[in-house]
Design a protein around this ligand. Structure first.
Ligand SMILES: *Cc1c(COP(=O)(O)O)cnc(C)c1O
Length: 396
């Protein structure tokens, strides 16, 4: 883009109903949850966070963080390879690896950086990467950054992935997908993808940012649901800022993979280590998630309650068994109007528009967490029913 006044560009985005705005949120951490928030003076119930287990506002995480900060200070002071790698980082990596049944886990500062690092370390010029069409932006950006030829297969279509792996003049060296998809809440066909990747000697990279901690009998995520091992999925990416209520991310895999990423992943090497107090909070979150299996069960039970009530109320739904429940509305304008109307009624639900989802697939993204109450879920559905009936073109 040539240097030019930016205001007309912004006005154009506004006319398309695609303008993105930030809203400053005040929460009530003293209540141990982030479900009730104040946004610009209004009290709202938050159905938009990724705090699936209700841990982000948990006092034990805040205490772990404060305790660690008083011992080790706020900042790490350097990257992991210089002098920033501390005891809390090392302990968290060991606990994550044990939790997920892998040899090693390697901490990254964010999931975005983990995916950039993994994709660009495992693929390069002259090679090819293959991704699900609806993969998270960070996997896509990592694939582009790698310099490899970049191809996408239709969403969750394992047969297409298998064909594209097989027929290329340049066989794909990396096959990448979300585990639980962030905007749809559906789950990749991991068993078939694992088989396809294995038969072609491609690395299968699964980013299960929304599955780990929530899905599977012990919170092992989409892989655990599918009964897949570390051999099936050699590269597993997870984050600490969603179900675990803290911040940061990790790549779990073999010892050799972790060592390889330490040598090659530039987003790991050239960036300051996560603050140790953040790692301490994440350790506490892992302990609580392990102990309180009810949190997982509750988030999923509330998601099912939402689906049943929404189906009865004629509210459209996606195909999702996870706490991510999309409500498809078909246009950016409808999604924005619905978001505003819900906000007026005391609910914080966010409209998801292009380019986050393809045009025509705009939606509200409702997320359920262990910290919601049944009556809050029921009230949301009742309000949604009215809001959707009142949208222009809703025929009634
Ligand atoms: C949120 C998310 C990320 C990014 O993780 P951050 O730690 O927030 O940077 C990566 N992948 C998926 C699928 C996500 O939903």
């Amino acid at each position: 883009m040539q240097r030019q006044p930016l205001e007309p560009v912004l006005e154009q985005i506004e006319r398309q109903s695609l303008y993105r705005r930030r809203h400053t949120v005040e929460s009530f951490p003293q209540r141990g949850s982030h479900v009730e928030v104040i946004v610009e003076g209004r009290r709202l119930i938050d159905f938009s966070s990724n705090d699936y287990l209700g841990l982000a506002g948990h006092p034990a995480l805040a205490e772990a963080m404060a305790g660690c900060a008083s011992r080790c200070g706020a900042g790490s002071g350097a990257s992991h390879l210089i002098s920033g790698h501390g005891a809390e980082h090392a302990a968290l990596e060991e606990e994550l690896a044990a939790h997920l049944g892998r040899e090693r886990a390697l901490l990254f500062s964010t999931g975005y950086m983990a995916n950039l690092g993994v994709m660009s370390a495992l693929a390069g010029r002259g090679e090819s990467v293959l991704l699900d069409r609806l993969s998270h932006a960070s996997l896509i950006d990592g694939g582009l950054l790698s310099g490899a030829r970049f191809r996408r297969y239709p969403h969750c279509d394992a047969a297409a992935a298998r064909r594209m792996l097989a027929d290329s003049a340049q066989p794909a060296t990396v096959l990448a997908t979300d585990g639980v998809f962030s905007m749809d809440g559906d789950i990749a066909p991991l068993a078939q993808l694992a088989q396809a990747a294995r038969s072609r000697d491609a690395w299968l990279v699964v980013d299960d940012a929304h599955g780990i901690g929530v899905m599977g009998p012990t919170g092992g995520g989409a892989l655990e649901m599918a009964g897949l091992s570390a051999e099936d999925v050699p590269v597993l990416v997870g984050t600490l800022g969603k179900a675990f209520g803290a911040f940061g991310a990790f790549v779990a895999g073999s010892a050799a993979l972790a060592e390889f990423l330490v040598q090659k992943a530039r987003s790991y090497i050239y960036s300051t280590a996560l603050p140790q107090p953040v790692a301490a909070a994440a350790r506490e979150a892992l302990r609580i998630a392990h102990r309180d299996s009810w949190r997982r069960e509750r988030a999923l039970a509330l998601a099912m309650r939402f689906r049943e009530a929404a189906a009865q109320a004629g509210v459209p739904l996606g195909e999702s068994v996870t706490p991510i429940q999309p409500v498809p509305l078909g246009s950016a304008r409808a999604a924005m109007l619905a978001q505003q109307a819900l906000r007026g009624a005391g609910f914080w639900v966010v409209a998801i528009r292009s380019p986050t989802v393809p045009e025509g697939q705009e939606r509200l993204r409702v997320t359920l967490t262990a910290a919601h109450r049944e009556d809050q879920v029921d009230a949301l559905v009742e309000t949604l029913r009215g809001v959707i009936a009142g949208l222009p073109g809703a025929g009634g």
